[in-house]
Design a protein around this ligand. Structure first.
Ligand code: XLS
Ligand code: NI
Ligand code: NI
Length: 436
């Protein structure tokens, strides 16, 4: 039985289409910079918001109409949901999806039962993946909903919670491997603190480093070849999350010897909460060789929280794609819609409108970014801006031929540095706008 009987497979109709259930920019076969849009964008639907979100918020009860879901935590309901999820993703035409262990299967009365529930639902997922060809972008473990994780998981003061979390992640990595997942994500759900009077930061960070090293060892042991990703977020649910932004994560990875095994999954709304732009987070990660994947969403500038809205702003998507192209693409990563429909958007069809709109916005952003790169004016400007590092003194400094004494000697003889040139910010912003 179909959950979306009135909706056909969404097709590309071009920019002039007035059909709200068609793509205007996302033509999966269109070639941009020598690669299809499908391969550039590698769109992914998330199980948690899209199939487990019910519209509840801290002030009110569920609102969303989901006729296929009886609202129970039964295995039967969980299995039925899988069929709906794959019908949705097939009609939308996305190549990937992502999930937490507890999104797809109910938690049991003990760990063994939780493992068994997961296995039972994963069997259905496996069949649906085979039927549709849809692949797993990443798996992850929910180490934050259950009360046992109230003080954190790998950073819990309770060693048995650390052990439980390790067992859950072990199973989630095995499950991701079973489904051929190309990445595995660690978002530090409650890895942080609410209050420093009760917190031993050093111990918690060391334990988190130990936990992730155990994950690396386990992946090696079972031959899991997917890319490990850390997802930065500065706050929510804790007041301070240890993985607060790209720079903090990279420092953590270096400190605990994990740089060769991890990249970052950068989420737009998390960048905003950290007081950065998405462009900043992507460029910072890329510059350190850590750009892995993105969680595509957006916040609301008037609401200071992780509202996880679907991104439709061309500036945002164009800037995002510009940086992704700059670093040669997302590799095994993708554009993962960690986004949810508003609680007032109650119909199943709203799931289509939200994803279609954001897929189009990213397709358009990709084309804008490619046009800006083809123009070359911004890139050329940056080259020229640093040109004096490519000759004479710049080369000598960069190749280690100078020290403070030699530099002082030179400046004492010369008296002052050469004059600066304009940064031309406004001109560059105007060039960007030419392609919007
Ligand atoms: C929460 C995170 C979460 C991760 C997966 O804010 O974005 O959804 O992506 O655990
Ligand atoms: Ni996310
Ligand atoms: Ni988030």
């Amino acid at each position: 039985m179909s959950a979306f009987p009135d909706i056909e497979k969404i097709s590309f109709e071009g920019p002039d289409s007035r059909n709200p259930l068609a793509f205007r920019y996302y033509d999966e076969n269109e070639i941009v910079e020598g690669r299809s849009m499908r391969d550039h964008l590698r769109f992914s639907v998330v199980y948690w918001h899209t199939f487990r979100g019910n519209g509840a918020d801290p002030f009110g009860m569920p609102t969303l109409n989901r006729p296929w879901d009886d609202g129970s935590e039964s295995l039967d309901n969980a299995k039925k949901r899988v069929a709906v999820a794959f019908e949705f993703m097939e009609k939308l035409g996305v190549p990937y999806f992502a999930f937490h262990d507890r999104d797809v299967a109910p938690e049991g009365s003990d760990l063994a039962e939780s493992h068994a529930n997961l296995d039972a639902v994963v069997e259905v997922i496996e069949q649906e993946m085979q039927r549709t060809g849809i692949q797993l972008l990443w798996g992850t473990a929910n180490l934050f909903s259950n009360p046992r994780f109230m003080h954190g998981a790998a950073t819990s003061p309770n060693a048995e919670v650390f052990a439980y979390a390790a067992s859950q992640v072990k199973k989630a990595i095995e499950t991701t491997q079973r489904l051929g997942g190309v990445n595995y994500v660690f978002w530090g759900g409650r890895e942080g603190y609410q209050n420093l009077y009760n917190t031993d930061i050093k111990r918690e960070m060391d334990n988190m480093g130990r936990f992730l090293n155990m994950a690396v060892d386990f992946a090696k042991q079972i031959g899991f070849t997917g890319q490990f990703l850390i997802e930065p977020k500065p706050k929510e649910p804790t007041k301070h999350q240890y993985d607060s932004d790209a720079a903090a994560c990279i420092n953590f990875l270096r400190a605990y010897g994990l740089m060769d095994h991890f990249k970052l999954n950068i989420e737009t709304n998390h960048a905003t909460l950290a007081g950065h732009t998405m462009m900043h987070e992507l460029d910072y990660a890329g510059a350190q060789g850590c750009l892995g994947s993105i969680d595509a969403n957006t916040g609301d500038t008037l609401l200071g929280w992780d509202t996880d809205q679907f991104a439709t702003d061309y500036y945002l998507t164009a800037q995002t794609m510009l940086i992704i192209l700059k670093y040669g693409g997302l590799g095994s990563g993708g554009v993962n819609f960690d986004a949810k429909v508003r609680r007032e958007s109650i119909d199943p069809v709203d799931l289509f409108h939200s994803h279609i709109g954001s897929m189009d916005a990213f397709a358009r952003g990709l084309k804008i970014a490619a046009a800006i790169r083809a123009d070359g004016a911004i890139e050329d400007f940056v080259k020229t801006r640093y040109a004096n590092w490519d000759t004479g003194l710049g080369v000598d400094i960069e190749s280690g031929k100078h020290n403070f004494e030699t530099l002082e000697k030179m400046m004492l003889e010369q008296g002052d540095a050469a004059a600066n040139i304009s940064g031309r910010q406004e001109m560059l912003e105007n060039i960007f706008n030419r392609y919007l």
